[in-house]
Design a protein around this ligand. Structure first.
Ligand SMILES: *[C@@H]1O[C@H](CO)[C@@H](O)[C@H](O)[C@H]1NC(C)=O
Ligand SMILES: *[C@@H]1O[C@H](CO)[C@@H](O)[C@H](O)[C@H]1NC(C)=O
Ligand SMILES: *[C@@H]1O[C@H](CO)[C@@H](O)[C@H](O)[C@H]1NC(C)=O
Ligand SMILES: *[C@@H]1O[C@H](CO)[C@@H](O)[C@H](O)[C@H]1NC(C)=O
Ligand SMILES: *[C@@H]1O[C@H](CO)[C@@H](O)[C@H](O)[C@H]1NC(C)=O
Ligand SMILES: *[C@@H]1O[C@H](CO)[C@@H](O)[C@H](O)[C@H]1NC(C)=O
Ligand SMILES: *[C@@H]1O[C@H](CO)[C@@H](O)[C@H](O)[C@H]1NC(C)=O
Ligand SMILES: *[C@@H]1O[C@H](CO)[C@@H](O)[C@H](O)[C@H]1NC(C)=O
Ligand SMILES: *[C@@H]1O[C@H](CO)[C@@H](O)[C@H](O)[C@H]1NC(C)=O
Ligand SMILES: *[C@@H]1O[C@H](CO)[C@@H](O)[C@H](O)[C@H]1NC(C)=O
Ligand SMILES: *[C@@H]1O[C@H](CO)[C@@H](O)[C@H](O)[C@H]1NC(C)=O
Ligand SMILES: *[C@@H]1O[C@H](CO)[C@@H](O)[C@H](O)[C@H]1NC(C)=O
Length: 704
């Protein structure tokens, strides 16, 4: 077995070696040994952060047993959502019962999707619904005995990142139990193999349980769902040979858990007053394996544990071997910690951040913002895939701008604008949750231009131009029409009302924020190029707006948050949160109107005045990218390893005081920053890391 494996591995190495000598393909780094150095090795459950297997659309969080025996970590998916019943409103539909609020916007009333105090219940319903559901819980059953984690001896768990397999083992009453856990790459299936003599004694089996969903908590952490409202939902069992399906119905949401096992076993349930089912293997073997597939409807069979595992292992090999890779000098403790974060982030983002919708901030670990995803955060979640050349994972959800085009046209039209205005806190239908900030942020609008351009740089084809044409036109039409021609200054203003990236200003006073001005220009510029590349003419209004946007706001030779902001550097609330204004140099390529002397002064002012202990998530990668663009690699690395930017034992990005753990924009931002430092950007050949570090990089694309 071992020699067969190492033989096939050495064949792979020969193949890789042959591939690597081809021109244009560089692959010299021994990726496998680097990845495996960071395999998780645990000896107890992590009560907060699960060890996961998953496929981007589905993830299964485990405790020390490789299942959810002691800790009810979650099973989340792209498709599992639930609506609570509507509140008692006149027409029983939010399309008429929710009217939002009208705010003056350059002299006219514009309707914004904001909670209306006279429509409290329906406003809150629209924020909290639909919410993502926890699909269930699967744990070991110990023959009806009450076993707790402290009864287990010699606990060991290894997550082999290279293969995507969790191997867990422990002793119970002197008997060894070994569990392997994998997730299917194609279906929402967890496949499990259990090996133990306890099986032959009838003292080991598996339980399945199902929670209700309430939508009561914005952050449902660390556990999602309501376990004690058993009367509010129902489950039912249908047996079939070596399998069974359990249908779970929560109001209008209904899905099945399809079970299939090898060998003899019986399943029963639900146990009195619960939604718990118990699968008892026959006593004829010390090995038992099963698959559990979650799906809205019955799926075709997914194969045995062995089949699922083989496909998962192949997929993980392909994942690690494709796209970019970086090797840092592990003898240096900082470099080693950075490498750990990089490798674990790569694993966790393939599991949690590569679904058919853009990821929620907490991925498929637990729920934040009711399980919804944020359109402005799509930049931070997805851009790293383009730099690391992991295009197939990027492709899964980047179509969201096109999918949401019709709701975005409606939003713009409803507010009296041309084009498409993308929403903010979203569910898969494209509805944006009511909120003052939600309705007034604007920095998501140019994202399609950024992504389209990254794609075109890699794939400069007709197909790419066509793919993005309608979206860019719709986005640019809105951006040009949203900018307001100021008769007295003869420039185009952005806002008011609006919220800038940092979300910390009075929206009725916020006008011409530095970052948004640069991003508007950047976006319109790419929209123009897109037209030219297709031999189409450039709409005049796009060009006028682009050329006549308000100048960057400057005060005492320093760029400020927005035009006319008072006492920005001495008002705590204005010099904290996302330092978005630094994004004009680094995150974005330099704006033609940017004065680098002024920018240098600005960054120094930020370093002196900003309350970084209030920073979190992608703030640190943003700071690193800016430092990198200025050529300061030591500082860039220090930002990535800042004491307020932590990644826990299993690699989850710690939320800190502001948001729960995990907060994946920190992981995706880390990979973006590292990718830019490794691959460089226009005007800089990478890599850019501390000089003493002997690093190797391969396969990165340049940033803009
Ligand atoms: C469990 O792991 C921790 C951290 O690696 C280690 O310090 C501890 O000694 C281990 N405990 C046992 C019982 O192996
Ligand atoms: C929740 O309700 C909305 C509005 O009726 C509907 O569009 C959406 O599909 C529903 N989602 C689920 C999961 O039932
Ligand atoms: C919604 O209900 C209100 C109050 O009952 C009623 O006046 C209005 O006509 C209804 N609107 C629609 C579209 O049914
Ligand atoms: C902004 O102005 C609108 C009126 O256009 C007002 O209703 C709203 O309360 C103001 N918001 C703030 C935060 O001042
Ligand atoms: C099981 O044991 C734990 C302590 O080990 C105890 O807290 C719990 O109440 C017990 N449960 C039952 C159902 O006896
Ligand atoms: C369910 O549990 C929650 C907290 O865990 C508690 O607040 C609530 O009262 C319980 N509900 C019932 C019906 O037992
Ligand atoms: C369960 O249903 C009851 C009765 O409709 C309701 O009062 C309760 O709030 C529901 N529980 C949850 C968690 O939604
Ligand atoms: C379920 O309830 C019945 C009747 O109350 C009882 O006889 C049985 O022992 C219960 N089963 C379990 C597993 O608790
Ligand atoms: C690790 O590298 C950093 C960055 O170059 C350097 O500042 C630090 O001194 C190095 N640490 C050790 C232990 O060499
Ligand atoms: C940049 O701004 C400085 C003042 O901070 C000014 O002296 C300099 O001329 C400006 N540079 C350009 C190219 O405009
Ligand atoms: C900005 O500062 C960096 C070092 O912090 C320096 O290398 C660069 O030359 C400065 N640029 C300008 C335009 O002052
Ligand atoms: C900076 O932020 C931290 C964390 O939120 C807070 O405790 C502290 O008071 C802030 N400091 C200032 C000067 O506002």
């Amino acid at each position: 077995m071992i020699s067969a494996m190492s033989a096939s591995r050495s064949w792979r190495n020969v193949l890789l070696f042959l591939l690597c000598v081809l021109p244009q393909v560089q692959c010299i780094i021994d990726r496998e040994s680097i990845v495996r150095q960071f395999n998780l090795r645990l000896n107890q459950s992590h009560s907060y952060s699960p060890v996961q297997v998953g496929n981007g659309n589905f993830a299964f969080g485990t405790d020390i047993t490789g299942l959810q025996t002691f800790v009810p970590h979650n099973i989340l998916s792209s498709w599992g959502w639930h609506n609570s019943s509507l509140p008692n409103t006149p027409n029983q539909t939010f399309t008429t019962d929710f009217t939002g609020l009208d705010w003056y916007t350059h002299g006219r009333l514009v309707n914004y999707a904001q909670p209306n105090p006279t429509e409290k219940d329906i406003s809150q319903w629209m924020i909290a619904n639909p919410h993502r559901i926890n699909l269930g819980r699967i744990g070991l059953w110990f023959g009806g005995r009450n076993v707790s984690e402290k009864d287990l001896m010699g606990k060991m768990q290894v997550l082999d990142l290279w293969e995507g397999v969790i191997s867990s083992s422990f002793m119970l009453n002197g008997m060894k139990v070994e569990v392997q856990t994998v997730a299917s790459p194609e279906t929402d299936t967890v496949a499990v193999e259990i090996v133990s003599k306890l099986l032959e004694k009838g003292q080991l089996g598996v339980f399945f349980d199902f929670p209700y969903a309430s939508g009561k908590n914005k952050f449902d952490v660390p556990f999602v769902g309501v376990w004690n409202a058993t009367a509010n939902h129902s489950t039912g069992l249908e047996k079939s040979g070596n399998g069974a399906s359990i249908r779970h119905t929560l109001d209008a949401t209904s899905y099945v858990t399809e079970l299939a096992w090898e060998g003899s076993a019986t399943i029963d349930g639900p146990m009195n007053g619960t939604h718990r089912y118990i699968l008892k293997p026959g006593k004829d073997d010390d090995t038992f394996s099963f698959t559990a597939t979650f799906a809205p409807k019955k799926e075709a069979t997914v194969g045995s544990f062995g089949n699922v595992k083989a496909r998962a292992v192949d997929l993980w090999h392909e994942y690690w071997e494709s796209g970019a890779f970086i090797s840092l000098p592990l003898a240096n403790a900082s470099a080693k910690e950075l490498q750990r974060r990089i490798v674990l982030s790569q694993y966790l983002l393939a599991v949690n951040g590569a679904g058919r919708d853009p990821p929620q901030e907490s991925g498929l670990v637990n729920n934040g913002w009711y399980g919804k995803f944020h359109m402005e955060m799509v930049f931070w979640h997805l851009t790293h895939w383009t730099i690391w050349n992991k295009w197939s994972l990027y492709d899964r959800s980047i179509g969201v701008f096109e999918r949401f085009l019709s709701t975005s046209f409606e939003r713009a039209q409803h507010q009296g604008y041309l084009g498409a205005r993308f929403g903010k806190m979203s569910d898969p239908t494209g509805r944006s949750a009511p909120g003052e900030i939600n309705s007034l942020l604007i920095w998501q609008q140019p994202h399609p231009m950024y992504f389209a351009e990254m794609e075109y740089r890699k794939f400069p084809t007709e197909k790419t131009l066509k793919k993005w044409d309608q979206v860019l036109t719709a986005a640019a039409d809105f951006m040009a029409n949203y900018a307001w021609f100021n008769e007295s200054t003869k420039v185009y203003d952005l806002g008011p009302p609006m919220y800038p990236v940092s979300e910390n200003t009075n929206p009725n006073q916020t006008i011409n924020p530095t970052f948004e001005l640069a991003y508007w220009r950047f976006g319109l510029d790419i929209a123009e190029k897109w037209q030219l590349r297709q031999n189409k003419s450039i709409p005049l209004n796009w060009h006028f707006v682009k050329e006549n946007l308000a100048p960057f706001p400057v005060e005492n030779d320093v760029y400020v948050l927005y035009d006319g902001v008072k006492n920005m550097w001495t008002t705590p609330s204005l010099s904290e949160d996302h330092p978005g204004l630094l994004g004009v140099y680094g995150w974005l390529p330099p704006d033609p109107r940017l004065n680098l002397t002024t920018f240098n002064r600005t960054i120094n002012k930020v370093y002196q005045s900003w309350n970084f202990t209030y920073s979190y998530g992608w703030d640190f990668p943003l700071l690193a990218i800016t430092a990198g663009r200025l050529g300061d690699s030591e500082r860039a690395v220090n930002w990535l390893l800042d004491p307020d930017n932590q990644f826990d034992e299993v690699g989850m990005p710690v939320g800190g005081t502001r948001v729960p753990t995990p907060y994946f924009p920190a992981s995706a931002g880390l990979l973006l920053a590292v990718g830019m430092m490794a691959g460089g950007w226009d005007g800089l050949e990478g890599p850019l890391f501390p000089k003493e570090w002997n690093i190797e990089v391969e396969g990165f694309s340049k940033a803009m």
